[in-house]
Design a protein around this ligand. Sequence first.
Ligand code: PMP
Length: 415
Amino acid sequence: MAQLSPALKQATPVQVARGEGVHVVDTAGRRYLDFTAGIGVTSTGHCHPKVVAAAQEQVATLIHGQYTTVMHQPLLRLAERLGDVLPPALDRVFFLNSGSEAVEASVRLARQATGRSMVVAFDGGFHGRTMGAAALTTSGSKIRAGIGPLMGGVAFAPFPYAFRYGWSEDEAVAFSLRELDRLLITAAPAADVAAFIIEPVLGEGGYVPTPPAFLAGLRERADAHGILLIADEVQTGFGRTGKFWGHQHAEGATPDILITAKGLASGFPLSGIAASEELMAKAWPGSQGGTYGGNAVACAAALATLDVIEEEGLVANAAEQGLRLRDGLQKVAADHPGIADVRGLGLMVGNEFCTPDGAPDTAAATRAHAAAAEKGLLLLTCGPHGNVVRMIPPLIVKAEQVDEAVAIWAEAVRA
Ligand code: PMP
């Protein structure tokens, strides 16, 4: 009998039997409020009837079309439909399976399109576990430790994490842009840099929204030096932050390449890349692709996901419930000085635990996270120190469920 490898780690002890909307039910029949959404994937909730119906119909029609062999209709329909939600200039797309693959494909595209080799990523960023994506990742050492050498040509610039530095947002942005400018005349000469890659909200690195002025500053520098701006919207896309795309919180910071995954297909493995026709034309035919990319059932689920997001007004709901959640969590934090910062955008909210002298308090975050699970609320931790407890419920979450989660959280941190 084979057993699971210890290389995998499970955040909660829950053995899940089924999912229903904002809840999962374990094998003993206990219901949990799922504020992890499969790490931000089940955007329309678990097993939304419309997504289920679309997937079932597609399973009975065509499961695997293989787009480098034959083209199939769900993929073409999805490409067309994404045109309604993507920035208008990004009118060419292709599909893969996971966020990591799409990140690697974005680097491949940026290098081909610019003829340059370097990529600048930002401290605390998470872009995936495959070797190229891991090379861009600094959200925690476990992603990189002991597996090098990783993909070369990567340089890191500071991320404006104002709370950690103890600065105002303006100070953090000014510092980070100054350091980036220095990097571009030192370790990463601007003429060698193909792309900047950034998450609109630092995700695994601690749920820190990227200040709009920083994204705008990157856009300016990208334009000045012929560098491409890649927005890794794997976690922030598809309504998660209360706008359809996370980068839309910063005016005028439209990326050249946008990466989407997670919430895109409500749980089916699907990722995608979007860029302009001009940019994509610089990638030679056959230089991108993969056996399972753009799977027909996943594309059908993504089309249904787009319908549900639109019909149920889920982007607006994410903004509204996100504010309610943050407000509730701030009240909890006011009574618990160990929660030193509550922050987020839309339904991507982090609670950072610190000791009285401001050091990351991993132990307190770990205890609160475990206590919440015991009380029926599933959460995740993040940040390089694992001292941020994050909440990332499905976009269908209702006010009562937000209030219930906040009440459980208040009990969990008291315990
Ligand atoms: N980029 C970001 C911003 C992510 O949050 C993640 C996953 N947490 C990835 C890339 C990697 O995606 P995947 O796990 O699907 O490879």
